[in-house]
Design a protein around this ligand. Structure first.
Ligand code: FES
Length: 197
């Protein structure tokens, strides 16, 4: 009788068995990128650009907190020099920093606050025409800031002036002197509205 438990295939026992056919076959491409495929450089560049852009915008927004939206108002109390420094007429050199003009008229020095009494624009000094002219709606003021044309209802206000211990003029634009005939106010001759000169 044949031995049923001894069912090994016949052959040379020294030769290893052949690997299964599936193991021999090369891996098939399935449509995804293989690990050995070259990187898609353009796509990477776009992605990194987006990331850097996003981070950059956030960083700028972060920096923005250190620069709050502050309106830098001009100083309201300041010195402008000695009365003798001003010749007859209108001195405009303080307009940009302090929004004032210094006027020397016969017998006095005073300071006009450079704000149109119509709607608050800053007029221009027109030396050739010897007048202030408001660019917004055309109001005109003479060389002492008194209105004579356009919609301005009254002269421009004058700032408080006084001398300090050294004899220099201190201007305070928080204290204004008003001439408004309709309202019954005329403060241009009040102490502080001018300096005798
Ligand atoms: S604001 Fe000066 S004329 Fe209107």
């Amino acid at each position: 009788m044949p031995d049923l438990g001894d069912s090994k295939p016949a052959g040379n026992p020294a030769v290893p068995a052949a690997p299964p056919a599936a193991a021999k076959a090369a891996p098939k491409k399935t449509g995804g990128s293989s690990p050995d495929a070259p990187p898609d450089k353009m796509r990477r560049r776009i992605i990194w650009s987006c990331i850097y852009g996003y981070l950059g915008v956030n960083f700028l927004m972060f920096l923005r907190f250190f620069f709050p939206r502050i309106l830098f108002e001009p100083k309201t109390l300041f010195s402008i020099g000695y009365p003798a420094d001003f010749a007859l007429g209108v001195e405009t050199k303080f307009q940009r920093d302090f929004r004032i003009w210094v006027v020397r008229a016969p017998g006095r020095v005073f300071v006009i606050f450079a704000r149109c009494t119509h709607l608050g624009c800053t007029p221009d000094w027109k030396a050739a025409e010897d007048k202030f002219k408001c660019p917004c709606h055309g109001s005109g003021y003479d060389s002492e800031g008194v209105n004579f044309e356009g919609p301005a209802p009254r002269p421009m206000d004058r700032a408080h002036v006084e001398l300090d211990a050294t004899g220099q003029i201190i201007v305070d634009t928080n204290r204004l002197y008003v001439r408004d005939v309709k309202a019954g106010r005329d403060e241009f001759d009040s102490p502080g509205a001018f300096l005798p000169a």
